[in-house]
Design a protein around this ligand. Structure first.
Ligand code: HEM
Length: 191
């Protein structure tokens, strides 16, 4: 966000249109669609759950490989979210992918930050199984609320002018995907 003032301007417009100057409430969530799109794009590029373990319940075959029962399989979420087969210019931060009209075109198994692809149970269709994040809705509402309150009051810029995205948010693999270095930002109060 800090590297994309144009995105912050659109976020601010969405917040202004929906809330004016009042604080967000739960019932505003659906209308804060651009804020949702920004958060989903952040989850696409930097999914905290970058690797999701699954156990194979019964023998199957995927892409020519025989998969035995009780094997551990890991969904590589970050690679999936960067796959050019599903994402145009995947390295670019583009919240527009998730706005109404574009969101519906995303393959239901190409975006799995909460591990919740559609479950279609028949023998011709791959599915991800019933397990997924039970906190999804809570996390989305909380993040949209926080982002809304931030853009209402502040614009954000990197502390070091001219810094690239790779330098600012280089990620490292820990229990979750996390920034390698402190992310130094300046919050400028809107006047
Ligand atoms: C951006 C925030 C979050 C992300 C990206 C996220 C992502 C995930 C992922 C990828 C899983 C693994 C699902 C699977 O095994 O297939 C998971 C599981 C889980 N999450 Fe979240 N989560 C988030 C926030 C939350 C919050 C706020 C809560 C609780 C309030 C929560 C509660 C849980 C629980 C209890 C599970 C285990 C579900 C199970 O094993 O049946 N998560 N989450």
């Amino acid at each position: 966000m800090a590297l994309h003032p144009d995105v912050q301007a659109k976020m601010y417009q969405n917040v202004k249109d929906v809330l004016g100057d009042r604080l967000p409430e739960y019932s505003d969530f659906a209308e804060l669609h651009y804020i949702q799109a920004v958060f989903e794009e952040i989850l696409r590029m930097y999914p905290p759950g970058y690797s999701i373990p699954k156990w194979v319940a019964e023998p199957t075959e995927i892409g020519g490989y025989n998969i035995g029962p009780q094997m551990a399989m890991y969904i590589d979420v970050r690679s999936l979210h960067m796959n050019p087969k599903h994402w145009d210019q995947p390295l670019e931060f583009r919240p527009e992918r998730f706005v109404k009209g574009n969101r519906e075109k995303i393959h239901s198994h190409a975006f799995l930050p909460f591990s919740d692809g559609k479950i279609i149970v028949n023998k011709w269709t791959y599915c991800l199984g019933p397990r997924s994040c039970i906190g999804r809705r809570f996390a989305m509402v909380e993040a949209v609320c926080i982002l809304t309150m931030i853009v209402q009051k502040y614009t954000i810029v990197p502390a070091k002018p001219g810094i690239t995205e790779e330098e600012l948010v280089e990620a490292k693999l820990a229990l979750t995907l996390t920034p390698k270095n402190p992310v130094n930002l300046v919050f400028k109060k809107r006047v």
